[in-house]
Design a protein around this ligand. Sequence first.
Ligand code: GLN
Length: 378
Amino acid sequence: MLEGYVSPYSATAVERVAAADAVIIGRTNCDEFAMGSSNENSAYGPVGNPVDPAKVPGGSSGGAAASVAAGLCHMALGSDTGGSIRQPASFCGVAGFKPTYGRVSRYGLIAFASSFDQIGPFAHDTKDIAALYQVIAGPDERDNTSSHRPPSSPLEAGRKLKIGYYRHCLEHPGMDPEIRGHMEERIEKFRAEGHVVEALELPMADLFVPTYYILSTAEASSNLARYDGIRYGHRAKGAGGVEQTYEKSRSEGLGPEVKRRILLGTFVLSAGYYDAYYGQGMRVRRIIRNNTLETLSRLDLVVTPTCPTTAFGHGHISDPVAMYLQDIFTVQANLAGIPAISIPSGRHSNGLPFGMQLMAKPFDDERLLSIAERFSAA
Ligand code: GLN
């Protein structure tokens, strides 16, 4: 839809990076309109994972993760609506951070699901993540969801932490046994280091992915209505009247996954189903957010695996619902609006890296980054 399109204005995050004297060397590939978990939905073709090009880099910001992992650049920006920074970071063996909703201005970011989207950094290590985050974070008068809250204070040196983990995640049937074993070891190590570790229940975990896909497709169907062949983007030739131009331009210009989501989102917002799906989804989201905040209120952070598996092969997952389940551990942070980072944690016997996810209270971003830095150093 936007092939060859050049935006007439820049994004706040990009302007801030440029103003800090960073050299921007290019744009990175991603799934079409950030919809996907493997980078196979890109109109520009798939990205290979630099660790093993036969494998996907994850998605949707797979190009950004791959470019850092391959050493093409020091850092990259991605966007995370349901895990699109953290999952590719895990698959490519780099760090990736989704800030608190409202920490980074979304001005200039192409909207997918506006109440979930956040821009965030990729880098090899958490120090660089923090440096790039500091440059892009902060209020922006051009995004009225950007927050004026002051930065949180970093972790005091030597302070022991209250760490939670969800038993549910480790017991998940799709969980790779090696990644599970690795996480269990890390949790034991946290205990041995004197941190207070608590096993947590995860109420309604089976509703996370369905709620995310109902609400994010609803928002996407509305956001993507602007690509109609009239305003900008692809316009079908010789379609006839204006209605036919809308239809033909959208049919030609949008890929199958994007169409699937527009159909689903339009359905859940339609008059007869709004209450049963969108309205209900909003109520469930509120409960998930409240539960998440309540759990985090007595902890410094919650740790989970970032993903249940390492990177899979190109073409390996063809069922859309199986692909959606890639996001099983990451969507909670977007549903609740909390900050979450994936840091490289281990290497599987199959040779591929995998990450650990750390989640914290809303606006504890700076504190979370200092914790991630301590864990990475260890
Ligand atoms: N994989 C998720 C999806 O396809 C997340 C995408 C994202 O965070 N942009 O919606």
